[in-house]
Ligand binder design. Structure first.
Ligand code: ZN
Length: 193
C-alpha cells in the first residue's frame, strides 16, 4: 500500500509577503469572533459595533489527523488594538496536551505568549527570521505589536494534536500585552479565571 496515498500534494506554496497560499483554504476570524478575549469589554463592544474587521486568518494543511503526520500552515495576524490591547489570535492548548509546536516568523513584529496549566508563563519576542519552540503542554497565542504590518508566521505541529480553544475562552491567559506610551507592556490579566 502506498503510505502517502492521503497526501495529495507534497509541495505547497506560500507568498512570503502576504503569508497566503492559493493551495490551501484559510479560516478567518473577525473581531466579533473574539468575544470575551480582550480585557476591555466596553472598548471591544464599541469596536465590534462600529468596525467589525478581520483580526486574523490562518492557512492549514488538510492531512489525516494521526500521530505520524505533521500539519502546518501560516497565521496572518493583522495590526490593530482593542482599547490599548494589541490584536491577537484566540490562542489554544492542544487537545493532546503533551504535544509541541514550532513557529517561524516571516514578517512583522510581535510576541508569542505561552503558558502551561500550572501557570508557568513564557514570552518570546518574534521578528522575521525568529523561530520559537512551543514546549509540550503550553497554550500559545500570537500578539501583533506593529502599527501597520501584519504578523505572519509559519507553524507546524503533530497533525492529531487538536485545538482546545474553550479553556482560553473561559479563563483567558494570565498575562496580556498592552500598549503604554507607545510601547508594548506585559501586564497581569485583570479578568483571569
Ligand atoms: Zn497549536
Amino acid at each position: 500500500m502506498n503510505k502517502r496515498e492521503n497526501i495529495e500534494q507534497l509541495s505547497i506554496n506560500f507568498d512570503l509577503y502576504t503569508g497566503k497560499s492559493s493551495d490551501l483554504h484559510s479560516i478567518k476570524r473577525m473581531l466579533s469572533d473574539m468575544e470575551r478575549l480582550y480585557y476591555d469589554n466596553k472598548a471591544f463592544r464599541k469596536e465590534v459595533e462600529s468596525n467589525d474587521i478581520i483580526v486574523y486568518e490562518y492557512y492549514i494543511l488538510e492531512i489525516p489527523a494521526t500521530p505520524e503526520n505533521l500539519l502546518y500552515g501560516t497565521t496572518i495576524l493583522y495590526p490593530g488594538k482593542v482599547g490599548n490591547e494589541y490584536f491577537m489570535n484566540k490562542g489554544h492548548f492542544h487537545q493532546i496536551l503533551n504535544t509541541s509546536e514550532v513557529y517561524y516568523c516571516l514578517r512583522g513584529e510581535g510576541y508569542l505568549l505561552m503558558e502551561d496549566p500550572e501557570g508557568e508563563v513564557l514570552i518570546a519576542k518574534i521578528n522575521p527570521g525568529t523561530s520559537v519552540y512551543v514546549p509540550p503542554r503550553f497554550a500559545h497565542r500570537c500578539i501583533n505589536v506593529s502599527k501597520n504590518e501584519p504578523l505572519i508566521s509559519f507553524y507546524s505541529c503533530r497533525a492529531d494534536a487538536g485545538h482546545d480553544y474553550k479553556t482560553i475562552e473561559i479563563k483567558g491567559f494570565r498575562k496580556l500585552i498592552i500598549e503604554e506610551r507607545g510601547k508594548p507592556k506585559i501586564i497581569n490579566n485583570p479578568n483571569w479565571e
